[in-house]
Write a protein that binds this ligand. Structure first.
Ligand code: AMP
Length: 125
């Protein structure tokens, strides 16, 4: 079910539980600002989610309210993970769903990092 990303942050969302260590995850990278882990239902050979450590519902919430340090730290973490996964030369795709029309399902900002094969043109049906 898509979530209404204009609602206040819900600290019972699944990624909040992952950040608190209450639910296991397959971590690929972690620093002060971000956690990156394998998506549980991968849509590509490499499908990693990168989330900020702060409590932000969506890209809108994060871009409006996060500090400069949080934004820089998160963006750098996404780039770091892509490099670490060897995706720069072959290429990769980033995607952040935000709100109902995007079908965002988890109300904690996450960037999907896809790679590991030719992904083809982005198709919106
Ligand atoms: P979105 O539709 O952009 O909100 O994407 C949510 C993503 O979270 C989906 O790709 C799910 O497969 C993924 N997901 C949900 N629960 C977990 C979990 N416990 N560990 C890893 N990925 C998850």
């Amino acid at each position: 079910m898509p979530v209404d990303a204009t609602l206040p942050y819900d600290d019972q969302n699944i990624f909040a539980k992952i950040l608190r260590g209450e639910i296991p995850n397959r971590t690929v990278y972690e620093d002060e600002w971000a956690l990156a882990f394998h998506d549980i239902n991968p849509q590509a050979p490499i499908h990693i989610l990168v989330i900020p450590k702060g409590a932000y519902v969506s890209w809108d919430d994060f871009s409006a309210k996060a500090s400069e340090a949080e934004i820089a730290g998160f963006i750098r973490a996404v780039g770091h993970v892509a490099r670490e996964q060897g995706l720069v030369a072959p290429g990769y795709r980033l995607l952040a769903n935000a709100g109902i029309n995007s079908h965002q399902e988890v109300p904690h900002l996450h960037v999907h990092l896809f790679g590991g094969k030719a992904l083809g043109p982005m198709l919106l049906r």
